[in-house]
Ligand binder design. Structure first.
Ligand code: 8YV
Length: 311
């Protein structure tokens, strides 16, 4: 008999197909009545497949008595209570490494988009305003100061790419890192030094709203914020104030505090570039993530060690 697993969000079709060939898959996100759904299926659900941006709500996990494994299709595990999983003996896996390049690539894309105003240039051409019109000048990307907050796999991959722009680099990190890149000390010191502050740290209770009004004041009126990590690291109301009052020059954001809801005030600003949490969204990387999700599930249900176990 195949194991019953719960799917918490849409996944790429190839992964959904492979899952349905191995397991009895229950699509929770399509349930009209989640309570009735759980009443009917909860007892036999042994696995959960979910996105990094969704994880598993603690109340839902508590209602799954047969739960053995939570397989995250993403590197971030901030929305899964790992301590509780450990206490219950529930295994948790994620998909590290395979998405590092793509997230770093998107960070570079956001940096160039924000500084060189690519979206505004595109809108300018589409609106037929070229050659006349009012396209303001952008700012240089090369030889600027880039501060990277969070210097793990993704932060370091961003730094390697920025070296190609003859950038000056510094980082701040909550854990020690072995690197030749300069450690700026605190996030505040990093922001004060940077032209562009790139957020690449993992989300946790300690980093919640850590990028706050003081950090924006330190970044200053010519500074730009780029976030490819999680919206929860940034105090979004403080960011809106800083952008609206010109206390920072702009922002490029792939992640938001309450996704997929993006504040109207942010949508109204011309000095921001916004993307819909798409840093790992390439065919190649989503396939590699899918392969790792399947490898973790297969290993778990075969009683083998999972390739990327968190717990
Ligand atoms: C994905 C992510 O958007 O890896 C993560 O933590 O947030 C992203 O790669 C998401 O997990 C896809 O399901």
């Amino acid at each position: 008999m195949t194991a019953n697993i719960l799917q918490l969000c849409p996944l790429m079709p190839a992964l959904e197909k492979a899952l349905s060939e191995r397991f009895t898959v229950h699509r929770f996100f399509e349930a009209a009545d989640p309570d009735a759904f759980l009443g009917e299926h909860a007892e036999r659900l042994r696995g959960v497949v979910t996105g990094g941006h969704i994880g598993i709500p603690t109340e839902l996990a508590a209602r799954l008595p047969a739960l053995e494994i939570v397989a995250i299709n993403g590197v971030g595990f901030d929305k899964v209570d790992l301590l509780e999983a450990k206490r219950r003996g529930v295994r948790v896996s994620n998909t590290p490494d395979v998405l590092t390049e793509d997230v770093a690539d998107l960070a570079i894309g956001l940096i160039i988009s924000a500084l060189r105003q690519i979206p505004r240039g595109d809108a300018h051409v589409r609106a037929g305003r070229w050659p006349s019109g009012d396209l303001a000048l952008g700012s240089k990307v090369s030889r600027r100061r880039y501060g990277i907050f969070g210097f793990g796999r993704i932060g370091q991959a961003i730094a390697r790419r920025l070296e190609g722009f003859d950038a000056e680099l510094a980082y701040a990190s909550r854990s020690p890192v072995e690197t030749t890149v300069r450690n700026a000390g605190s996030l505040h010191e990093l922001a004060a030094w940077s032209d562009v502050l790139v957020i690449a740290a993992s989300a946790s209770a300690e980093t919640r709203n850590i990028v706050d009004a003081q950090v924006f004041n330190a970044l200053g009126p010519k500074g730009v914020l780029v976030n490819v990590a999680r919206g929860s690291l940034v105090d979004e109301p403080a960011l809106l104030d800083a952008l609206e009052t010109g206390r920072i020059a702009g922002a490029a954001l792939d992640v938001f505090a309450d996704e997929p809801r993006v504040p109207e005030r942010l949508l109204a600003l011309p000095n921001v570039v916004l993307t819909p949490h798409m840093a790992s969204a390439t065919h190649e990387t989503r396939q590699a993530m899918a392969d790792l999700v399947l490898a973790n599930l297969d290993a778990h249900f075969a009683g083998r060690e999972m390739p990327s176990a968190l717990v």
